[in-house]
Design a protein around this ligand. Sequence first.
Ligand SMILES: [Zn+2]
Length: 507
Amino acid sequence: MAEKRYYITTAIDYVNQKPHLGTAYEKIGADVMARYKRMCGYDTLFLMGNDEHSTNVEKEARKRGLDPLDYCREMSAEFQEVWKNLSISYDDFIHTTEKRHIESVKKLFARIDEQGYIYRDRYSGYYCESCEEFITEGDLVDGMCPRHMEEPKVIDEENYFFALSRFEKPLLELIENNPGFIEPKKRENEIVNVINSGLKDVSISRIGKEWGIPLPIDRDHVIYVWFDALTNYISALGYGEDHPRYRKYWPADVHVIGKDITRFHCIIWPAMLMAAGEPVPRRVFAHGFLSLSGEKMSKTRGNVLDPEELEKLFGAEALRYLLLREVPFDGDGDISIEILKNRYNTELANELGNLLSRTASMIVKYLGGSVPEGPFGNGSVLYPETAQGVERFREYMEQMRFSRALGAFWPAIQRANKYIEETKPWELARKDGSRDKLEEIFRQLLAVLACSATVLKPFLPAKMEKMLEILGTTPLSPEELPPGRAGITGLEKLEPLFPRLQAEKSQ
Ligand SMILES: [Zn+2]
């Protein structure tokens, strides 16, 4: 039997600015997956962290007159506050300035060196300080870094190199033999093109820097920030010692990253691991970007939506749902407050919220708050739509297509609302001898509600916990849905779970 463990990571973040909505979107997606796997019974490890050995972090600290390490600690507290408010349930949070990380990086470097993949040579070329990346002449636009529109530094120094060029064939084989290693497919095609156009060896050290991990073999150099950062995925597991955590959780089931850093995760990282003789991750999932009414969100453009502002408007829980429902995780998506508000009112307040409050208030009014437990199955009117919805939901969740997963289940909720209109319990309740019929109607509605609360729990953890409590049900594993039985006792009148939002006043 396959081991039921699941290791999921996100990109670690530079701490020179607070997390913006795009960063939050990535963490929310990974969190939903981690919560889903936990509900399915997997021993799940969800890792997040901060990338602290960056020149930009050092610069920002000095600008504020702070010691870089103190600055990193301050920022880490701010980051974790944002994540806590968004209910991000990471199990471990790594900082690249931690001792456990530094030790692992040194060990990985030494291991790759022992295998003969590291050599010293002269590097001359371009380096963008803001990207903290070496840039080839071909990537420059009018002599500038295309991402930052600033002139790169010309560098001419002795460096240590990693023999990436020797991994063209192994990388192509890895991709070919492991369909789904890079998701989505369009990102895989890009990476294959990059490899086919020829890989060059990469510089993995910088000379004359203080902020960073010194090279074990040459103390005048620090390890290049990307080599340092990528190692976090194994340093958090205790790589380098014969660590049970490493043996248990590595290789990772998925690295969740933004589509702009696929070259590092799908080329350099697996090559580093292969060079060291370690297994490579099972999957790299590159999510797309959010844009705000058509423009890519970025600080330089001044159109960054602060996650905290949106939280005030929708609540953290609904925000999690709305972002993942609105923007497909494997692609890009445009959002606006208006779009999110409409979706909130339609789906959460009207469809889901009303289904719960109408069902509950009618059970209280017509049946005194109780429905005797009974079967929910093939003979039930609402069963086929519900069973099919759950099945498709599970398929899309495995592929991390969250928007589709929600979209695939939603017809079950809509069908249940329609069922209320069709059966008109308020008319039935006036007729004698209709109690059995009423109980059967509400039993089915309760089954759909319990099912909804379970599948939506990774997205809306506290709200759905509350809903399950109201329904008096313990959550099943999503693998065991739909529930075979339903019923309730002692139901009371409810406050709405998702109060309607007022439309923006037109100006
Ligand atoms: Zn740049």
